[in-house]
Design a binder for this molecule. Sequence first.
Ligand code: NIG
Ligand code: FE
Length: 420
Amino acid sequence: MTFDLLITNAAQLVTVASGGARVKTGADMRELGVIEDGAVGVKDGRIAFVGSADEVDFEDAERTINAIGKTVLPGFVDAHTHLVFAGARENEFARRIAGATYAEIAAAGGGIATTVRATREARPVDLVESALHRLDSCLGFGATTVEIKSGYGLDLESEIMLLEVIRELQALHVVEIAPTFLGAHTIPPEYRERRTEYVDLVVDRMLPEVTSRALAESCDVFVEKTAFTIDEGRRILAAAKARGLAVRIHADQITANGGAELAAELGALSADHLDHASDAALALLRASGAVAVLLPGVSLFLGEPMPDARRFIDAGLPVAVATDMNPGSCMSENLQLMMSLAAMQMRMTMEETITAVTLNAAAALGRSDRIGSIETGKQADLLVFDTPNYARILYHFGVNHLNAIVKKGAVVFEKHYANA
Ligand code: NIG
Ligand code: FE
């Protein structure tokens, strides 16, 4: 018995192999390393064999999944979510449908502040419960690793509570979680007239607590007219970096405001949104090595133009695509839908979108040495799709094509049991 698990006879085994490269850029984003009639063998939670089905036998494994007529991909990585929150905002959704803008609702005391009010009052156990359902949903659409940000607490106690909730989620859920501290999501209403004091609180009180208790891997700031200035962002993120956290920025989402340039300056792991980033900013970002995380679900949900991913890819940037799952600007965990949107609306090829939710998304979390592709030695995070080729996943859009999900070598979901 060679393998604990063998997935074989796959019509297409899409490896996204990078040969050790951290990210794919340019034309490499379209190189998926597809093996027709492929097989992948798993031992001790890791990938032990990748190749042709001819080279392996069913008897080689304790358990086999016959993927005949199906497509196998690396587990997806959702590199940007805010999925821990209380309450919902259907009424704001209704107001937007009737014509109000996201910014108008925020200016009238709604938006992020609505969710902050509900979240501060919630019991941690209820936040865990609702977030577990959302994580189930993420996993159900193929995300075996998910980044989760705090940011709906916005006071010391509530931000720490949210990060503790995220830690509890990791103990309870099979999805691997990358926790991010987003204490600088917006200025909370009680600090509106004394914003420097809020930045002091983030830097002097929240960050030390977050890092001394190892509650987050990275720190994010929403740099925007309605949130934090460049100087405030720089102060918070430099302090976070000095404490060993990786840096990411909600940059240039609503306006071009220098967020992307700041991400480059600070050596950020990712710069996210970037809808309005200038060509000069993209050149700086490229030189810095940051991953550009694009979020088509936000544009769809808010009725805004989609970012043009071609600009980013042609500028040589590693592009990732994520959901941004949150109650205000994208209430969806469906990464398969985001891939279809990216292809249909952001001028990405289907191959590029697959790289964008696997290897490059893993790189946005600093994990592409371990996850994001099907290569020997990597963690066995694998997806089996009920489609004869990878293109069908995007083309037949808005539905869930998953047949089986493997996390760290364990089959955590299987739609049909006939092959078990
Ligand atoms: O990523 N940009 C800032 N934050 C979220 C929206 C959060 C909310 O509206 O609750 C975003 O779009
Ligand atoms: Fe976000």
